[in-house]
Ligand binder design. Structure first.
Ligand SMILES: [Fe+2]
Length: 293
């Protein structure tokens, strides 16, 4: 639970950024020991607000990894070519080309998704550190799937609670990432199709969240493919209303933790030819999703 440096910090404070999603954390130095009380508040606030913003954090990859491990074991990404050399826990998201090669995953998803939802035990959360970004574009948008679920009509909630979403990484990759090198057989073998409850109970605060995305959910298990696609699209349009969202404009040194169990995120566009964007991401391993009815 404790992290590297010996001196404990003063009490941190949390300020909500919208009615439903996002809070900024003040007084935290993520490279230093923060103590159990502060860390417990961060963990609880992550469950409740879905997105936590920390500004002015200039940490090394080792410090990024050490803080991330306070939440649990980390994932190595399927696309190992885009991990930071020597640090398989850090997935690089960037449009920068060095020595004729992309240094990170480029053309990141501009559609709402939850990281690693296609795994048997999907990610608990992601921790993103901004190293370089354009000044006034390339934001990340988040939407609260707690608030989206709460706002659905009762009959729609009931229907969804009885469904499983089929999460298919290869289906998404082959349809939406034709600009990237094709997946190898080994990469495909690591990502078999998996079904998860379309509504999941958050294991910490017990709230229900809609757990689907247009990116990784090909259809609802046992339901017609085309009808499923139409419903997923309709639900994603519903989830894309500003009343459920927080949009973050990045500054170098920002760190954001988001909860992949209750929040979807997407990259907003920027001038990928002329601007530089470089982010480091760790991904915290999670549990098998479940629904308590
Ligand atoms: Fe993502």
């Amino acid at each position: 639970m404790e992290i590297a440096k010996p001196t404990e910090q003063k009490a941190i404070s949390i300020k909500p950024l919208t009615d439903h999603i996002g809070a900024e954390v003040f007084g935290a130095d993520l490279t230093a020991s923060m103590g159990k009380t502060n860390f417990d508040l961060i963990r609880r606030s992550l469950s409740d607000w879905g997105v936590l913003v920390f500004r002015g954090q200039n940490w090394t990859p080792e410090e990024h990894i050490a803080f991330s491990r306070c939440f649990g074991p980390l994932e190595d990404h399927v696309l190992s070519d885009y991990c930071l050399p020597g640090h398989p826990e850090i997935f690089v998201v960037s449009n920068i080309i060095e020595n004729g090669k992309h240094i990170g995953a480029f053309g990141g998803s501009k559609r709402y998704h939850s990281d690693l939802s296609y795994m048997h035990e999907p990610s608990l959360g992601s921790i993103f550190h901004c190293l370089e970004c354009p000044e006034d574009e390339g934001e990340t948008s988040f939407t609260s799937m707690f608030a989206v679920y709460d706002a659905l009509p009762v009959e729609r909630k009931k229907w969804l609670e009885a469904r499983l979403g089929v999460h298919d990484y290869v289906w998404n990759f082959e349809n939406n990432h034709t600009d990237r090198p094709p997946l190898t057989d080994e990469q495909k073998a690591k990502t078999p199709i998996v079904s998860h409850p379309a509504v999941r109970t958050h294991p910490e605060n017990k709230r229900k969240a809609l757990y689907i995305s247009d990116v990784f959910v090909s259809h609802f298990e046992g339901e017609d493919y085309n009808e499923s696609r139409a419903l997923v699209k309709e639900l994603m349009d519903f989830a894309s209303q500003s009343r459920f969202e927080y949009v973050h404009r990045w500054t170098p040194g920002d760190v954001i933790i988001w909860d992949n169990r209750s929040v979807l995120h997407k990259a907003l566009p920027f001038d990928e030819k002329n601007s530089r964007r470089r982010m480091h991401r760790t991904t915290i391993r999670g549990d098998r999703p479940f629904l308590d009815v």
